[in-house]
Design a protein around this ligand. Structure first.
Ligand code: ATP
Length: 451
């Protein structure tokens, strides 16, 4: 059997639409640029990716706590974080075609003489908050989840008695008014981030940074993206964000090219220092703007009672980029011996949108369908993800569909099942079929999903 991994973006987009992973938002009105909706299978895959991240961060590390902060953000947070001033791209307008472009991405057809001088364009979405619309009644949709972790730093340590090193993890929506959203869900205006802010003693930051790069590579490997598919990009000093001492980007070869999947930054004491009062007492190493509004000192006492402002290591991954990379990595077309082809998603079982499909051989046979429902319900009760009853009466078609959406296990109930309580299980990856007893199916299923 020959495997062809033809992975153009068009193939993935078409599969996502056809099978209900991802739709263009507001499609019935012609779409909404840079915004996508996740369909019945997309929401399952997305939740599974987020759950895998959350488990590996919060449940597997007793020194990491979770957070779910608001999306609407007080402008003071984004003033002192530097976003109001620096979160922008230089833009030019073409007087001939009346379109706006990023200054470094002007198409050749626009003549230089027709372009305006570059102007800064802030990427944050500003919105009115409250009943009066004036200069003081606004907020922002957060452009990253990180800032609310910093602004809740004191709340979390006061309520959970943490000592260094410890982390706060958050998954949630972020919004950026990208000038040119593109490449399907790679660069969008509304997306989700999975961010950890890991607080360490200054001096321990460099080794913690190295550790997190390795841990994140291992995590992606566990999601089906092998180490060899990721390149490390040590961001050069002239490209570093204003808060960063060092950033390693994990670069993945998406169908449109090698691009950032996740960034792992050493943010020093910039953020906690920026959001603190009485900064002059804190011995900060980062250069921060004077804060005239904060009522809090975002510092922690070490084992000798000395106050210090921790350094922060931040692994920050986009859920959509992870989704696209996982989809791309698992997509395969196999040339079968009989000359036919089959498309399949070789997703890791814990990520599969549907964990098992139970298929009655005869769609109108009550006894077979009832037994199939019983098997489905017994597997569903294990709470390992979605199990469905696939009752379309065409077994070949059902297998093809479940290969294509990545269901690792199909279970067929036939006439013999009614007599001898045995059922046929079929593996997505090998297409091998095996006859097993109904009472064995729970253990087989658990082993497949949990390992
Ligand atoms: P890029 O250089 O590609 O714009 P970035 O360096 O601005 O990304 P960060 O601010 O470090 O990105 O955000 C952390 C992560 O959030 C990125 O690694 C990416 O996975 C995700 N992300 C950022 N912007 C977008 C976007 N517009 N659409 C989808 N995901 C995004």
């Amino acid at each position: 059997m020959q495997i062809v991994t033809a992975k153009s973006m068009e193939e993935l987009v078409s599969l996502c639409k056809r099978r209900g992973f991802i739709y263009q938002s507001s499609e019935i009105y012609g779409g909404f640029q840079g915004i996508y909706d996740f369909g019945p299978l997309g929401v399952e895959l997305k939740n599974n990716i987020k759950n895998a991240w959350w488990s590996s961060m919060v449940y597997e590390n007793d020194n990491i706590e979770g957070l779910d902060a608001s999306i609407l953000t007080n402008p003071l947070i984004l003033k002192y974080s530097g976003h109001e001033e620096t979160f922008s791209d230089p833009m030019v307008d073409c007087k001939s075609c009346n379109l706006r472009f990023r200054a470094d991405q002007v198409p050749e057809k626009c003549k230089k003489d027709d372009l305006t001088e570059p102007r800064q364009f802030n990427l944050m979405f500003k919105t009115n908050v409250g009943p009066i619309e004036d200069d003081t009644s606004y907020g922002y949709l957060r452009p990253e989840t990180a800032q609310s972790i910093f602004s809740n730093f004191k709340n979390v340590i006061d309520s959970s008695s943490k000592s260094l090193p410890f982390g706060i993890a958050q998954i949630g929506k972020a919004f950026r008014n990208e000038i040119t959203p593109r490449n399907f869900i790679f660069r969008v205006r509304e997306f989700e981030q999975m961010e950890l802010e890991y607080f360490v003693k200054p001096g321990d930051d460099e080794s913690a940074h190295d550790d997190w790069v390795n841990k994140r590579l291992d995590w992606w490997e566990n999601q089906g993206i092998p180490r060899k598919s990721i390149e490390l990009y040590d961001v050069p000093p002239n490209e570093l964000a204003h808060y960063s001492k060092k950033t390693i980007d994990l670069m993945y070869k998406f169908p449109h090219g090698l691009e950032e999947l996740e960034g792992i930054a050493n943010r020093t004491d910039f953020d906690l220092g920026s959001h603190s009062k009485n900064q002059e007492d804190l011995n900060l190493t980062a250069c921060v703007a004077e804060n005239k509004h904060s009522n809090s000192k975002l510092a922690i006492q070490d084992e000798f009672g000395k106050w210090l402002v921790p350094y922060v290591i931040e692994p920050s991954a986009g859920v959509e980029r992870g989704f696209l990379a996982i989809l791309n990595e698992s997509y395969a077309i196999e040339n079968l011996e009989d000359g036919k082809k089959r498309t399949l998603l070789k997703l890791m079982p814990h990520l599969s949108p549907i964990k098992a499909a139970v298929i009655p051989l005869k769609k109108n046979n009550k006894e077979i369908v009832n037994l199939a429902k019983k098997v489905k319900n017994s597997l569903q009760k294990l709470s390992l993800g979605r199990v469905i009853l696939e009752n379309n009466g065409n077994i070949g078609k059902s297998y093809r569909k479940h290969d294509e959406i990545g269901t690792p296990l199909c279970i067929t109930i036939d006439f013999d099942s009614l007599e001898d309580s045995s059922i046929t299980i079929r593996s997505r990856d090998t297409m091998e079929q095996e006859r097993v007893k109904i009472e064995e199916i729970s253990d087989i299923f658990k082993k497949l999903i949990i390992g």
